[in-house]
Write a protein that binds this ligand. Structure first.
Ligand code: CP
Ligand code: NVA
Length: 306
């Protein structure tokens, strides 16, 4: 039984496929699920800004008949007004689940250790596993069987890259991260993904050469400077420009779909021509945040409903 969702590896291939299929059912027949979280309250806790995550959880929980409570850091930050442990102990007495966007992964581990309810990672420095669920739901809708795909990620090796890579490895998708030197994904997470991928007949590759992405079915990018990183964009811009997702790059790979988790910086990591073009699945991907997360919440909080 799924207890927490902190890094994405809590679900094996079969469980992930089951969750994605539930997400498709919820998306197709929302009325069948409008009581799935009846009587359940979910606290969504944010140490960082958000548009998609905040709204997709809040509106999604509402559509399942549940109640979402947004908690930012304005009324006393975790670990400053009181400890993470005390946050977890108190919230657990009222709520049925904690969804948390935190600066450091260790905060999620602490929340999970002390909370008596499931904890879901809605982004940290290392992972963005809810994003990856929506990404693979989108890839499945667009391309069908994701184990037949090659997915190419361009830009900074970051939290989004890590989660995408781990889910690709689990689902048997070939994955290549194409990043400038010094900005590759975390070496340990790459190693972990390689091991999982080899058991699932897939490959994980890291390269600084854009040619490594030739033959990809889908291209993905994210911001070059993540939240919490104070590096001015102009300092890194020249280094990253060869990795910009523009029409020429998409043509080079041969990919027929383009993803971006957003927020996007138009004409920086992606051009408007590509973002608004026919291959872009970026808005579908944003919509799918809600359906994928709703499947996750039903699986965590009311598994007998399905
Ligand atoms: N993709 C994503 O997590 O967007 P937000 O930061 O707006 O939540
Ligand atoms: N890598 C980005 C993702 C935003 C959804 C960040 O952490 O800011």
């Amino acid at each position: 039984m799924l207890q927490h969702y902190l890094h994405g590896l809590e679900l094996n291939k079969q469980q992930l496929l089951t969750l994605l299929s539930l997400a498709q059912k919820i998306k197709a027949h929302p009325q069948d699920f409008n009581q799935a979280l009846a009587g359940k309250s979910v606290v969504t806790l944010f140490e960082k800004p958000s548009l998609r995550t905040r709204l997709s959880f809040d509106i999604g929980i509402n559509k399942l008949g549940g109640h979402a409570v947004y908690l930012d850091q304005q009324n006393g930050g975790m670990g400053s007004r009181e400890s993470v442990k005390d946050f977890a102990l108190n919230i657990s007495t009222w709520a049925d689940c904690i969804v948390a966007r935190v600066n450091e992964h260790v905060t999620l581990k602490d929340l999970a250790e002390y909370a008596n309810v499931p904890v879901v990672n809605s982004l940290c420095d290392l992972y963005h596993p809810c994003q990856a669920l929506a990404d693979f739901l989108t890839l499945q809708e667009v391309h069908g069987d994701v184990s037949e795909l090659k997915l190419a990620y361009f830009g900074e090796g970051n939290n989004v890259t890590h989660s995408l890579m781990l889910l690709a490895a689990t689902l048997g998708t070939d994955f290549v991260a194409v990043c400038p030197k010094g900005h590759s994904p975390d070496a340990q997470i790459v190693k972990q993904a390689e091991l999982i991928a080899s058991a699932n007949g897939a490959s994980i590759q890291v390269s600084d050469r854009i040619e490594a992405a030739v033959g990809a079915n889908a291209v993905y990018t994210d911001t070059w400077v993540s939240m919490g990183d104070n590096t001015p964009l102009k300092v890194v811009k020249d280094k990253y420009m060869p990795y910009q997702v523009n029409q020429e790059l998409v043509d080079l790979t041969g990919a027929s779909s383009v993803l971006h988790c957003q927020p996007a910086h138009r004409e920086i990591e992606i051009t408007s021509q590509v973002m608004d073009g026919p291959a872009s699945k970026i808005i579908q991907q944003a919509e799918n945040r809600m359906h994928a997360q709703n499947a996750l919440l039903v699986t965590l909080l009311n598994p007998n409903f399905v």
